[in-house]
Design a protein around this ligand. Sequence first.
Ligand code: ATP
Ligand code: MG
Length: 420
Amino acid sequence: MSTFKAPKGTYDLIPPDSATYLAVREAIAAPLRDSGYGYIETPGFESVELFARGVGESTDIVTKEMYAFETKGGDKLALRPEGTASVLRAALEANLHKLGNLPVKLWYSGSYYRYERPQKGRYRHFSQVGAEAIGAEDPALDAELIILADQAYRSLGLRDFRILLNSLGDKECRPVYRAALQDFLRGLDLDEETLRRADINPLRVLDDKRDDVQKQLVGAPLLRDYLCDACKAYHEEVRELITAAGVSFEDDAKLVRGLDYYTRTTFEFVHDGLGSQSAVGGGGRYDGLSEMIGGPALPSVGWALGVDRTVLALEAEGVALDLPASTSVFAVPLGEEARRVLFGVVTELRRNGVAADFSYGAKGLKGAMKNANRSGARYTVVAGERDLAEGVVQLKDMESGEQVAVGVNEIVAELESRLS
Ligand code: ATP
Ligand code: MG
């Protein structure tokens, strides 16, 4: 152990568990890649102001959770706490919305940082895969994203997750609801901070996790009853498309993303095996965000799925991913001449696309065979002086235990044909 440890609220991804994380990222990305989403990567930090405007001044993320700092040059920056604002900023900066057909469909994968109280499923450094579809208002697009997230989770073998769905209305109907909700909240027995929140951002009060607050919210007006006809029709269409795709969901009239530029469709993926950190992902429509950060009107929809919590969900369900061994062939030389010959064989295998590894360091046969076993390789190639004198190496099938002598010059072709 060294003098140093990973910072509070963080953990290292190390083999073999790290392979699961890579596989989860890959499983979430695959359906996106197959659906016209292009990969985007943005910096790990941005101007503080982008998040203040793009996530919202009154959100916990901005007021409490942001790693903000000033550089030596006087720039006010923050480690990114989420992906949407950066992706939209980058798309606008590159004029992607002017180049071709809308929507611009993008996916991303990376690290995010929030100064939170660390606990299981809640870290200060975590990882998300996300998708954004920018510049189109079409219920099929909202449905597409929900269906693709469902497909990703199912492809991983997850079953005990639920999709919660709601509509937040638009700039026609939400203000009317907002006022009604504010009236209701003012009549409750709430602490000062919550009352302030009720003033600035009343919808977020619905999201309060405290029991005493939730009890008082039982009779609160619901957005569902205030939706205008256009929003109702839009939401109905999203619901029908998802249903037709065989994806089940639950209507959750209290599900909110309490920012003014979040509109209409909003959804969350929750997993029942995760205790209080049950949200594995969330998303929705954010028709007003582009204008909030100085861009043109660009109705958009997206989601972000948490990789860390998805891995915890796999553990909770006892799903072991079927991860193929990364090494197919392991070479074990006995003696100097064999080292040179087998190192050459390994190099050639690798150049031909066969995953191969080698017994490094001065090891006896027993230690080397242990390494071969641990590597998960299907085949081991062993050679000593006597083999080489006969122009052969020993090829051992680790599954059947069967061993045969193969000519040194034939071994690469033999392995390639056995593994293809
Ligand atoms: P929560 O209500 O649990 O705080 P959130 O609403 O802040 O979640 P989002 O901003 O919607 O979460 O982020 C999407 C996903 O990213 C979450 O569903 C979760 O899987 C993951 N996530 C968010 N914050 C963290 C964190 N601190 N540690 C690990 N994963 C996180
Ligand atoms: Mg949070």
